[in-house]
Design a protein around this ligand. Structure first.
Ligand SMILES: Nc1ncnc2c1ncn2[C@@H]1O[C@H](COP(=O)(O)OP(=O)(O)O)[C@@H](O)[C@H]1O
Ligand SMILES: [Mg+2]
Length: 447
């Protein structure tokens, strides 16, 4: 039994333990400090307090009922929470919003749902093995359990080719799972075109968003785009970040939402523009405090216990510790069986017309080269028109002389080359001759 009051008193912190909450992954001890206690005294000595408590991953949350501080310690035995149980719960039935997804359970084990439509996009990060893919599957299944395939479509991008193959040939898929970076970039472009088409539809029907449109006219499915590992995608194709930015800024009203996950939350991947457009973020256990800071703007995710343990930053700025629920691939497979079908071939290939296609990075390079050439030619034309007739004549004469001079110079250079070659040649010949005569003289003298 840890005597937290005694340990904290060593660091000049006085107060009382008010109770504890035992959840599936952690135990939270509620400690009420005496009035005037500075939290700084606790946070600055956190490593020493953890050592005295004999625990590895100690996290302190300072928002806890009754003015308490929560001391969160990992349990010896980590229990998993089955997603399917949570989706059958009353909390699931009461979950509000157009696209409620299950984030797992709170510290005390109660289910927690959040509306993806309101987020309106979600950024997910965490080290390898921290529970990102299980989390993404939970979100997908939460939505599939709730919506018909006519109301919801997925675009899944999986450069690692392992996570989403189970979803291929499902009526919920807008196109087959994408595993290639170039295809992924084109799919994002397709979504931008689709978004613009939808905006036109909203305008024509005098509705403001997908909810109103479906009430009035109907037939517009939500599109949830999920990328499991977007770092390579962003780093390999410069247009991707821009496309993500356009979608993140505008696609919400058109019912298009993004969930991006990465194990590499460095600043070149989770860039300023991506962060600005993704206020809702979920951090599983990160490799370092720096990674935690990149994704959440605060440290703490490095002290999580793994296995789906996460910190959820809501768009409102509120930070909540959640434990992701578990679902196995077998469960997903059996759940998806009824929805197995061939995807509409229209959506498989060539969905974009030539005009709708975004320029590739090579196209952009060519374009900028062409722009430079165009600029040079217009400049020359401008200067030419500006000159008077006599000046034009003089200029042409000068150019002519320059050309003749350059031509003659080149000829002389060539000749020079020849002259030098022959000189060099004769020199080597004389050298060789003098060398052989010297040798002959030497051998004859020896005889
Ligand atoms: N919510 C969870 N509950 C229980 N175990 C989990 C959970 N999330 C992940 N795990 C365990 O961790 C392993 C790695 O999870 P995974 O989602 O593949 O990690 P990542 O995609 O971050 O590399 C899983 O195979 C599973 O055994
Ligand atoms: Mg993964």
């Amino acid at each position: 039994m840890i005597d937290l009051e005694e340990i904290l008193s060593h660091y000049g912190v006085k107060g009382k333990v008010e109770g504890e909450v035992l959840g599936p992954l952690i135990k939270q001890i509620k400690f009420k400090p005496e009035a005037g206690t500075k939290i700084k005294n606790i946070t600055s000595s956190i490593d020493d307090i953890a050592r005295e408590m004999g625990v590895k991953n100690l996290r302190i949350s300072n928002v806890c009922d009754g003015g308490c501080i929560g001391f969160e310690i990992a349990n010896d035995v980590l229990l998993s929470t089955p997603l399917l149980n949570l989706l059958e719960s009353e909390a699931a039935a009461n979950a509000k919003g157009a696209l409620p997804i299950n984030l797992g359970v709170k510290i005390d084990g109660s289910p927690i749902f959040a509306d993806l439509a309101k987020m309106p996009h979600l950024l997910v990060a965490g080290a390898t093995g921290s529970g990102k893919s299980v989390g993404l599957n939970s979100f997908i299944i939460s939505l599939i359990k709730r919506k018909k395939s006519s109301e919801l479509k997925f675009v899944m991008i999986d450069p690692k080719r392992i996570e989403f193959s189970v979803y291929n040939d499902q009526s919920y898929m807008l196109m087959p799972v994408i595993t290639d970076n170039a295809d992924a970039s084109e799919a994002l472009q397709y979504l931008i075109v689709e978004m613009n088409k939808r905006y036109e539809m909203l305008e024509k029907s005098l509705t403001k968003n997908i909810g109103e449109y479906n009430e009035k006219i109907g037939g517009m499915p939500y599109i949830v785009t999920i990328v499991d590992e977007f770092s390579d995608l962003v780093l390999s194709d410069k247009t991707v970040e821009k496309k993500i930015q356009i979608l993140a800024q505008k696609a919400r009203a058109a019912g298009i939402h993004l969930i991006l996950a990465t194990q590499r939350p460095s600043v070149d991947v989770v860039t300023g523009s991506i962060k600005a457009n993704f206020p809702s973020r979920l951090a599983f256990k990160t490799a370092s405090g720096v990674d935690s800071k990149t994704i959440l703007d605060t440290t703490g995710a490095e002290d999580l216990v793994g296995r789906g343990d996460a910190l959820f930053l809501a768009a409102t700025g509120e930070l909540t510790r959640v434990h992701g629920a578990y679902i196995s691939t077998e469960e997903i497979e059996s759940l998806l069986k009824p929805f197995r079908c061939k995807i509409d071939p229209v959506l498989q290939n060539n969905v974009l017309t030539e005009q709708e296609k975004a320029p590739s990075p090579a196209d952009l390079k060519n374009e900028s080269k062409k722009k430079k050439e165009f600029f040079l030619i217009s400049w020359i034309k401008g200067v030419w028109n500006w000159l008077s007739k006599t000046e034009k004549k003089k200029l042409l004469k000068m150019i002519w002389l320059l050309l003749v001079g350059a031509f003659a110079g080149a000829k002389v250079q060539n000749r020079k080359g020849e002259i030098f070659d022959s000189i060099a040649d004769s020199l080597t010949k004389t050298k060789r001759r003098t060398y052989t005569t010297a040798r002959r003289k030497k051998t004859s003298s020896r005889r």
